[in-house]
Design a protein around this ligand. Structure first.
Ligand code: SAM
Length: 381
């Protein structure tokens, strides 16, 4: 028992020494606590009255719409082999038992569940963050520091799935555009509240946040012709917040530029969504690439922030609509409930939250469920 503890302490010592030299070597760049609600990726300003003149806003430095990962140089699969459970492999890669320990830290801090079939991915991710040497020490250090570990966010980058596109889940967004949103705008105008706040929680590369801003812009333009509330609708201020745990995804969201090729961002975009972009082309070798840039009046209504859904406190409050879609599927019951409680605290009175149609919703009973035409949304009380 005592020697086991001694061994652990020695491993911890070594790991902290490794960490110190790792940090002293300047490898820390950009890493920080996943729990932070404030942001390196956040942009100033935000909020927009779509009726007002278009103001220029700062944009993140763009590299042809593509964010270059710090791991870009290690493109292929890293060499990691498994030894029998409990010991490191002969090439210094993690054993299955060690991977299980790392997966536990990842799950506790982010909610991302890594089951057996994803251990291969985890092993490669560990190799890329420099954990293939002194594996045991590295893992002990990670267990101690968890989301304060300098490599934590780099690890998370590789384990998150960023699949998203404009106008994802058409039926739900049509209900939002046709019914929920106009009703909310009328209610807020009647209350004399002239700012509408929306949150795309787990926004990935921004398509969901911009989709919401475009829909609100179009609905307000229609309501601006209403004889009763037209003047107020035209003056309504709109703020859309997009948050994600992935800084790389947020950097792409900030750029607001999307390629049209392949089964990409625009696979489901109707014409009225496309009308809110400027088309540009660029040459890449022999290829001509077409890109669409979000128009400034939409761009300026959207802000992005780094935020971990398991942070406890919401990044901001008083949201009229929260979209939290296609992220809860990765979470266990306890973590999901923690997210629900946090979202509940972020909602305005009569605010609504919408989840993805395939999200697991066990625990969502803390909200009030509404069902219309087979579609569900939730209010706080
Ligand atoms: C599949 S995408 C969904 C994007 C968008 N909501 C949609 O439905 O198209 C899931 C996103 O959740 C993010 N994510 C995973 N765990 C998270 C956490 N604990 N906090 C914040 N974002 C998280 C990932 O980085 C990824 O960008």
């Amino acid at each position: 028992m005592a020697s086991d503890l001694d061994q652990k302490l020695q491993a911890l010592d070594k790991s902290l020494a490794d960490l110190r030299s790792f940090m002293a070597g300047g490898v820390m760049g950009g890493a920080g606590s996943a729990g932070s609600g404030s942001s390196g990726a956040a942009s100033a300003g935000g909020g927009s009255s779509f009726g007002s003149a278009v103001k220029p806003r700062p944009t993140a430095p763009a590299a042809d719409g593509i964010y270059v990962s710090p791991f870009a140089a290690t493109n292929g699969r890293a060499e990691v082999s498994f030894a029998s459970a409990g010991s490191s492999s002969s090439r210094g890669g993690p054993s299955e038992a060690q991977l299980i320990r790392v997966a536990k830290v990842v799950e506790n801090t982010t909610g991302i569940m890594l089951s057996g079939r994803l251990y291969d991915k985890l092993a490669n991710a560990l190799a890329k963050v420099g954990a293939s040497e002194h594996v045991e020490q590295w893992i002990v250090g990670y267990e101690v520091m968890a989301d304060r570990h300098p490599a934590h966010l780099d690890l998370v980058e590789q384990l998150t799935v960023h699949e998203t596109y404009f106008y994802r889940d058409e039926r739900q967004l049509e209900q939002f555009r046709r019914d929920l949103l106009p009703a909310m705008i009328r209610k807020r105008i009647a209350e004399g509240r002239m700012t509408l706040r929306l949150w795309s929680a787990a926004c990935s590369t921004g398509e969901e946040a911009y989709t919401l801003a475009i829909i609100v812009s179009d609905v307000l333009a229609t309501l601006a012709t209403d004889p009763k509330i037209g003047r107020q609708a035209a003056a309504m201020n709109v703020e859309v917040l997009g948050t994600d745990i992935s800084r790389q995804a947020l950097a792409r969201a900030e750029q607001a530029v999307y390629r049209t090729e392949g089964l990409g961002s625009f696979r489901n975009a109707p014409d009225y969504i496309l009308s809110h972009f400027n088309k540009t082309t660029l040459r890449e070798g022999m290829r001509i690439i077409e890109e669409l840039r979000v128009l400034p009046n939409i761009r300026q209504a959207v802000r992005f922030k780094h935020f971990n859904l398991l942070s406890g406190a919401p990044p901001e409050r008083d949201f009229d609509f929260i979209f939290c879609r296609n992220v809860l599927i990765y979470m266990n019951d306890a973590n999901r409930l923690q997210v629900f409680r946090m979202l509940q605290r972020a909602m305005a009175t009569n605010g609504m939250v919408l989840f993805g149609p395939t999200d697991s919703l066990k625990g969502a009973e803390i909200f009030r469920l509404h069902q219309v035409d087979g579609l569900s949304y939730y209010t706080r009380d």
